[in-house]
Design a protein around this ligand. Sequence first.
Ligand code: WT7
Length: 672
Amino acid sequence: MAEQKATTSVLYEETRIFEPSRDLVENSNVMQWMKKKGFKSEREMRAWTGQHYIQFWAEMAETYADWFEPWAQVLEWKPPYARWYVGAKCNVAYNAVDRHAKGARKDKVAYIFVPEPVDQPTIKITYSKLYDRVNRFAAGLKSLGVVKGDRVSIYMPMIPETAVAMLACAKIGAIHSVVFSGFSAGGLNSRILDAESKVVVTTDGFFRRGKPLPLKPNVDEATSNTPSVQNVVVVKRAGIDVPMKKGRDIWYHELIGLKKPDDWVTDPPDIPALEAEPMDSEDRLFILYTSGTTGKPKGIEHVHGGYCVTPAQTLAWVFDIKEDDIWWCTADVGWITGHSYVIYGPLCLGATSILYEGSPDYPDFGRWFKIVEENKVSVFYTAPTAIRMFMKAGEEWPKKYDLSSLRLLGTVGEPINPEAWIWYRKFFGNDKCQIMDTWWQTETGCFLISPLPITPLKPGSPTFPLPGFNIDIYDEDANPVSPGSGGNIISMTPWPSMLRAFYRDPERYNKEYWSTYWDIRPGTYLAGDKATKDKDGYFTIQGRIDDVLKVAGHRISNAEVESALVSHPKVAEAAVIGKPDEVKGEVIVAFVILKTGVEPADDLKPVLAKHVRSVLGPVAYPEVVYFVNDVPKTRSGKIMRRVIKAKALGNPVGDISALANPESVDAIPLIK
Ligand code: WT7
């Protein structure tokens, strides 16, 4: 556990404080609740809800979700296993779609879909239209033999049919496993194999920077050795000719009875309504694979009950979503942010969201601002890497557009530097919008540390743990650290949308999250991030404690990239580190040991980088490759990435006497 030592750092003290306007505070959803409950201050409210978290999450479940049958017990906590809303029956697709389509929101727009090609019209999809399509696709999946508990892989771009596919799975109790469409065939293959999916849903292709690109061929490649896959359903999106395998591949529009592909306008004849499957609260809703410390992606399991409650509640409290807001979360549905805050959270609230298909800079850097202006987006949520990209492009882009509809902003995925925070507030937010810097993870399902609209902000800080959570920063001995000192982010109590398990790997679940403090305080969740608190209790996130990279906000394990490199026939061994980058946060730098007899030729470097891209996808592309003869290792053979990184960046390497090969450190080049 030497890697997880608490670090004491001299902190730059942030002195700027940004107070919310009186108007924002007084009208906020959270303030209405505080008034009802008689809380005098935010601090008191956060503390009380932490102490009474079980009661709090029971009340939130009653407020934000409809249940088919009530729970017998709010929480059963046998660390490290939590069961929430025990005995209750519910379905998140019912909460997200059916109840709105049957009620007052039936003609309200659920999604404003903005296709990437500028000549294709924006499509407004109402809750009743969404209901119709989900109903049809749910029936379609059933007709293919998909039953409750079956896994369905979804490998699709940002189009409304992706939401339909996820919701249709949820409706019939199938477990979706969304795989980011930027992953290669290899990444898709390992995820299908692990999940043993019965069906894969994909598209012929997608639009990227104005060009239609194929996607279906990746699925064909990824399913060459996957006996579980019985059908591949293909949405015609890009008009690309793709081979269809007889007896296995089916067009989505044919399966659901549409005459034309992607027809969101006309209504085909009604089909019988399918009731949402009554699910046990603890029944699995989805698996989402994410990177951990080893090369193998881990399948994080989330459940229906928790997902009926926390994405909606946190969205309503943190982003203050009201009936007439236009919400835009720019995340891809391939990541947890898309699951919680493009699909389940906003839909459960009956909100209207933007769904944009393409790149932020196509046809130019004005695209996002144009979408905000045209659709009067009021609450906007994106990643620091995007903000830094716009900073680089220049303030003339936001200045060209009318962004006055924006009233609240947010960020997620990695620490936001104070300069980027200030720029975001100034040029997106007209110097008036508060910024909700939300800290959370694939594992947590919803925001855990975040401001509320009533919170005075410090740039670069996600402020405090949210109501209903008990988050702290511990040193190695499970003592809360003193102000200014760094330590591990932990949670002392469970919450409804926490991960329940790793798919088929229960031991890893115990080890990665619960083992560190087990002997001292069993039931302490280790998040895997380092953080500090200042004298006022404001959190600052310092980054991961484990060997996980954050490239443009995407979580990639060093080990995954190393394995991809080693899978090249000329590579003997590899060590991968992250190098700080102005726009992406980090970029990947690889130190490669070639097999004996292989020449370290310069033209081999791009070959290896491309090899990684073909194995893992473009997100894992190594920016720089170096050839070395050896890399520093412990006596047990573990690559010391920390030492490599320090040497490569010109920082002190510390005591390396315990290494098996201390001389290898000298040979690591400086990479500036
Ligand atoms: C890791 C989780 C949660 C959605 C997107 C990423 C980092 C996340 C912040 C933030 C600093 C952040 C952490 C965390 N992270 N939000 N506001 N400030 N760091 O989900 O891929 O599961 O990654 O992202 O390191 O552990 P993920």
